[in-house]
Design a protein around this ligand. Structure first.
Ligand SMILES: *Cc1c(COP(=O)(O)O)cnc(C)c1O
Length: 368
């Protein structure tokens, strides 16, 4: 049995009857960019998130960058973020000329540590980007309390958290603005790149509508700097619109898989993440293990594919070398040597999950 890390062909087979007519409809319409499908998806996704507005964009990274620009982040701004979330926020900040100010994470949730954040906020930042990493919602009430009195803009990175909810409120409806990605492997995935900004603030939505289309207002009259071409095309919008009604169902299956791992993995050397019901949508199932590379090798030999999210902290990336002193991030460093992501996608079978569990439970690291 070979167990892939993800298998988008299975996902296509499972969604063929939804996706194929949507693609055909767009092809026949003769209208491919910023049309009815996009508008309809924006309305549906905003309503799904419980937010006032959604603006379709070309990618999640663009959504982060344009959200930052729309809340006033500019060259020289300092923005608090974590260093263990794959550099996407750092990419957006570098594009603007802003500086990431890295905040350490919590050892059990892997999410931004609010005590560390409150120290960073006291030192002075202009905005906060909070990443709902691996599909787990951050403590947004706690975060509001830390930054609230200073009225700092909060941007949620929801690229791994479509549908995660707490108290009936969904990821994307807590911050001033939220960035979503529809990269094919995300919980809601397109058949190519795609992204969106979600917000309750009509001014932010209006700004991003200009930023995504050359700064035009109206057409051919450029009224805003920092703009670009970043549009969610009609094909992707139609596919996403067709798939959206099934997002909760797929998230439930992801949670089922996470639960199966949590109940099945019984190896004293492996730490499984805490389950937290609907607050997590199991985008990635990430364990922590002292001898991570040995376990990964053992699984690879058994034909179980795994990944590391992420192998290099943002502050240790070559792209940021010689750009200054970064603060010590002991927990982020500790985790980045230990995290390992197991296969977790809706079409994975219970039999396959059990196979992975058995391989983990039989593993012992070779003694040197
Ligand atoms: C995927 C991802 C992004 C970037 O989305 P793209 O659509 O690939 O640009 C941003 N943040 C996180 C946490 C992600 O997982």
């Amino acid at each position: 049995m070979r167990i892939p890390f993800n298998d988008l062909k299975r996902h296509f087979e499972a969604t063929r009857e939804l996706v194929a007519p949507a693609v055909e409809r767009v092809m026949q319409s003769g209208w491919y960019v910023l049309g009815r499908e996009g508008a309809s998806f924006e309305e549906s996704f905003a309503s799904y998130c419980g937010a006032r507005a959604c603006v379709g964009l070309a990618s999640g990274t663009d959504a982060l960058e344009l959200a930052l620009r729309a809340v006033g982040v500019a060259a020289g701004s300092r923005v608090a973020t974590v260093a263990n979330a794959g550099f996407y926020t750092s990419t957006a900040l570098l594009a603007i000329g802003a500086t990431p100010v890295f905040v350490d994470v919590d050892r059990s949730t892997y999410l931004m540590d609010l005590h560390a954040l409150s120290r960073t906020v006291a030192e002075g930042v202009d905005a906060v980007v909070v990443t709902h990493l691996y599909g787990r919602l951050c403590d947004m009430d706690g975060l509001r309390q830390v930054v609230g009195p200073r009225r700092l803009p909060i941007i949620e990175d929801c690229a791994q958290a479509h549908g995660a909810a707490r108290g009936g409120r969904k990821a994307g409806a807590f911050g001033d603005a939220a960035a979503f990605s529809f990269y094919p492997t995300k919980n809601l995935g397109a058949v190519g790149d795609g992204g969106a900004l979600v917000t309750n603030d009509p001014d932010i939505a209006d700004k991003v509508r200009l930023l995504r289309q050359y700064g035009w207002n109206p057409k051919y009259h450029v009224t805003m700097r920092g703009a670009r071409n970043s549009r969610l095309d009609e094909m992707q919008a139609a596919v996403l619109l067709a798939k959206l009604p099934y997002l909760d169902h797929w998230n439930a299956r992801r949670r089922e898989i996470a639960e199966r791992y949590a109940n099945g993995v019984r190896n004293p050397l492996v730490q499984t993440p805490a389950l937290c019901g609907g607050e997590a949508v199991a985008h990635l199932y990430v364990i922590a293990c002292e001898s991570r590379d040995s376990l990964r090798e053992h699984l690879a030999v058994a034909d179980v594919m795994t990944e590391i999210h992420y192998p290099v902290l943002d502050c240790n990336q070559a792209a940021l070398a010689n750009t200054g002193e970064w603060p010590a991030l002991p927990v982020s460093e500790w985790l980045s040597d230990r995290v390992l992501t197991l296969p977790c996608f809706p079409e994975l079978t219970n039999e396959e999950v059990d196979f992975v569990i058995a391989r983990i439970n039989e593993w012992r690291p070779c003694t040197p």
